[in-house]
Design a protein around this ligand. Structure first.
Ligand SMILES: Cc1cc2nc3c(=O)[nH]c(=O)nc-3n(C[C@H](O)[C@H](O)[C@H](O)COP(=O)(O)O)c2cc1C
Length: 196
């Protein structure tokens, strides 16, 4: 059975427009492939604990196996490893990823577990997999109409590639109340990305 991991990052959780569009992607996949399992991780409804001092020390000393933050990190990496596809619905917060998604990355990016350091830099140890990121923002953050920098895209690209995940597609939907036409264009863009 293939598994899709869905990360929901908006403070509005399942009520957010991004989450509703992502749910459409999931419904489409599961109607075409009823055997696909979907693991939903809401980083807002089920918030991750703040990083502990022992975890931060252990990250560098590689000696944190008895800490509960290690168990959390291990669980999240395991959950990611088991997925054949990754779907992320995230808002842009202050030109970058929201804190909840950053915290997930802080748990998932772990030296000598999900990446190794080499003379050439960090090399991910996880299998690559199709990944779709839906970015919601108040205003345009890409293209000629953008009046703000976009640190979200390059950061998330780099962080995922440090895990070994390079097959990443981004779809953007700006605007607090997008038009029906923009919604339909976004649905088409989402549907065009093969996730499994
Ligand atoms: C703390 C915070 C920071 C935000 N920063 C930005 C920003 O830098 N750029 C932007 O275009 N929108 C920003 N927004 C607006 C959100 O991106 C937008 O409301 C959200 O994407 C709506 O998505 P949703 O309906 O899927 O929850 C911010 C919203 C919040 C709450």
């Amino acid at each position: 059975m293939s598994t899709l991991l869905y990360l929901e990052c908006s403070p509005h959780a399942g009520h957010s427009l991004g989450a509703r569009l992502a749910r459409g992607v999931i419904d489409d996949i599961t109607s075409r492939h009823p055997d696909v399992g979907v693991v939903t991780r809401s980083l807002v409804l089920d918030p991750l604990p703040p990083l502990s001092a022992r975890y931060a020390q252990g990250i560098t000393a590689s000696a944190l196996r008895d800490d509960e933050a290690f168990t959390c990190s291990e669980h999240l990496i395991d959950e990611l490893e088991r997925s054949e596809g990754l779907l992320i619905s995230t808002p842009m917060h202050n030109f970058a990823v929201p804190a909840a998604l950053k915290l997930w990355l802080d748990y998932v990016l772990r030296k000598d577990r999900s990446f190794k350091t080499t003379p050439q830099g960090k090399v991910g140890t996880l299998r690559d997999r199709p990944t779709l990121v839906l970015v919601r923002s108040g205003g345009p953050c890409t293209g000629e109409n953008a009046r703000q920098p976009d640190f979200l895209t390059p950061y998330l690209h780099y962080a995922l590639s440090a895990l070994g995940i390079g097959n990443v597609n981004f779809v953007y939907l700006p605007g607090l109340s997008p038009s029906e036409e923009d919604l339909e264009l976004t649905r088409c863009a989402l549907a065009a990305v093969p996730l499994l």
